[in-house]
Design a protein around this ligand. Structure first.
Ligand code: SF4
Length: 188
């Protein structure tokens, strides 16, 4: 089965070391979930049996930043919480990536208040924005796959001339059509 069927035991493959490293990295993303609100429930669903994030090699959720290389910000971030999120990002292993999941993480969502950060990208570099309130698990998986495609092509995150990390800022398109209201809305 698998590759053993295609190649005999004595066979060998040649490739570039960089390709093997990129393949290993993209096949073993370890997410650091920073789930503060309802988007976190969709994140849990994405990792559970129905959607099975393990198929993409990214199911090993770590609650220790030193063992993680993919930060998933899921939910609104209060001003009080922001320093904690920044500290976690700084402690994560390099090369590290960031997904902003949902309207609240990306823009503050409906919480246009003085206490909620209006987009976590003001404080940490975001590579992929996943739209929705909340995004469906398929949409989050698309975000993880976008990161995987970048790793396959680029290997490590880009850096500016000053050595600072350059956020990729990829905004995913919604994968579904908004359905009409089943019952017309109106005031009687
Ligand atoms: S985007 Fe919507 S679902 Fe996600 S945390 Fe905000 S309010 Fe909740």
């Amino acid at each position: 089965m698998g590759i053993e069927a295609a190649i005999t035991a004595e066979g060998f493959l040649t490739t570039q070391l960089q390709r093997v490293i990129n393949w290993s990295r993209r096949s073993s993303l370890w997410p650091m979930p920073f789930a503060t609100a309802c988007c976190g429930i969709e994140l849990m669903a994405t990792a559970s049996s129905r959607y099975d994030l393990a198929r993409f090699g990214a199911e090993v959720m770590r609650f220790s930043p030193r063992q993680s290389d993919l930060l998933i910000v899921a939910g609104r971030i209060s001003v009080k919480m922001m320093p904690v999120l920044q500290r976690i990002y700084q402690q994560m292993a390099e090369p590290r990536w960031v997904i902003s999941m949902g309207a609240c993480a990306s823009t503050g969502g409906v919480f246009d208040t003085y206490a909620v950060v209006q987009g976590c990208d003001q404080f940490i570099p975001v590579d992929v924005y996943v739209p929705g309130c909340p995004p469906r698990p398929e949409q989050l998986i698309e975000g993880v796959m976008a990161i995987q495609r970048i790793i396959d092509e680029e290997g490590i995150p880009p850096q500016g001339p000053d050595g600072k990390r350059v956020p990729l800022g990829i905004a995913l398109e919604p994968t579904h059509e908004v359905r009409p209201q089943p019952v017309p809305l109106g005031l009687s």
